[in-house]
Design a protein around this ligand. Structure first.
Ligand SMILES: *Cc1c(COP(=O)(O)O)cnc(C)c1O
Length: 386
């Protein structure tokens, strides 16, 4: 992926920075769109994975809708050209101000996470003389078998309305004249690599939709969230996720009617592989048992390893051809011991000034960046900028 011409360009660029391969992004968007069209699935890109404005404009141009989890994300999506009728808004703690903002924008749908929220949306919609579309976000109690910090669909998680609360939710909707139930929403977790999880979800969703059908309630929209995982170990070999397998699974196991519209909200699967965090080696330190590489990028630019013990492939771009291979703990400069990108990573013998790529950082890196230690925000470059 990193040609020598590209490395030359990197050398003239101050580190650390995020690099986005827009060719790969275009190919990924095209693969996802084609397959979604074939299976009649509407895609809403989850902004929280990467909300870089230029990336968003490319995703919007590929025909995606937007899945937002804050008022500012709704605003960002609208500012980047996503049509209001393609914006959905989820989140377990929407503030009154955020709800009012989204109602005024006439977004497509609130993915409503509790009965109390439903009542608040109703009251605010009423005060604006409007009717707000809502989908009930239901907690299906399906284990995503992913890191426990990115599991969202179990009863122990804070997200969504539990199945045993549905009767009460319907009663509340009946009383609330300024909300309209247009669908159901589910999202069980992120970085899901075992597709059986989605099969289990489909079977649960079939039961829940049937529950509504039995009560003569037609569910027009069924949104199964995001969560498709990517291959952090082989970013070059598996640069584009297998959308066809993923989408066809829903069509195979969901027993919904042709008149019921299916929606998905991929985030990571769209943007993760197109991004790399490019950093320079500040120091190489000999420890008692370990050699340390201290980079000029840290958990402030990529928090996933510190937060979820996640793996990212690390490459020494400058020293790729050196013969001696050593083991290093690859760390950042931040005053936290969790500021470590990988332990015992085999790399060519590494020197001060070498350029390092941390791969698969298009998702949940730039969007999760921090100013901790008063760090400057790292710049982001698209391929065509360099
Ligand atoms: C985070 C999130 C997504 C996207 O998840 P990915 O794992 O990045 O695909 C989709 N929907 C909701 C409601 C989310 O919170």
């Amino acid at each position: 992926m990193f040609t020598s011409a590209l490395l030359k360009k990197f050398q003239g660029t101050a580190t650390p920075f995020y690099y986005y391969d827009t060719d790969l992004l275009a190919q990924t968007l095209s693969a996802a769109s084609k397959s979604a069209e074939k299976h009649d699935i509407e895609l809403h890109y989850a902004l929280k994975a990467n909300s870089n404005k230029r990336i968003l404009k490319l995703i919007k141009s590929a025909g995606f809708g937007a899945d937002c989890v804050s008022g500012n994300e709704v605003k960002r999506a609208a500012d980047c050209g996503f049509k209001a009728n393609k914006i959905v808004f989820a989140g377990v703690g929407k503030s009154d101000e955020e709800i009012r903002f989204a109602i005024k924008k006439n977004i497509f749908c609130f993915n409503c996470e509790s009965i109390d929220e439903l009542k608040i949306i109703n009251a605010i919609a009423k005060s604006e003389n409007k009717t707000a579309n809502i989908a009930l976000r239901i907690n299906p109690n399906v284990n995503a078998h992913t890191h426990h910090y990115i599991t969202t669909g179990l009863e122990e998680n804070k997200f969504g309305i539990n199945v045993w609360e549905l009767e009460a939710a319907l009663a509340a909707i009946h009383k609330c004249k300024n909300v309209k139930l247009i669908g159901l929403h589910f999202h069980v977790g992120s970085q899901i690599t075992d597709l059986n999880v989605f099969k289990t979800l489909c079977l649960k969703v079939n039961e829940i939709v049937q529950w509504f059908t039995n009560r003569n309630i037609f569910i027009e929209n069924i949104n199964l969230g995001g969560g498709l995982g990517v291959d952090y170990y082989n970013p070059d070999k598996n640069a584009i996720p297998n959308f066809e397998n993923y989408f066809s699974l829903f069509r195979k196991f969901l027993t919904i009617e042709p008149s019921q519209k299916l929606h998905l909200e991929p985030g990571r699967a769209i943007v993760a592989q197109c991004g790399s965090l490019i950093s320079s080696v500040l120091f190489v330190k000999k420890g008692v048992q370990t050699n340390f590489i201290i980079l000029d990028a840290g958990m402030t630019e990529l928090i996933r390893p510190a937060l979820y013990q996640s793996y990212h492939k690390i490459e020494n771009l400058t020293g790729a051809k050196r013969k001696t291979v050593l083991k290093y703990d690859v760390t950042g400069p931040i005053c936290e011991s969790s500021d470590c990108f990988g332990k015992s990573v085999e790399l060519p013998e590494t020197k001060r000034g070498d350029m390092i790529a941390i791969r698969t950082t298009g998702a949940y890196a730039e969007s999760m960046s921090l100013e901790y230690n008063l760090r400057n925000k790292a710049k982001a470059y698209l391929a065509e900028d360099l």
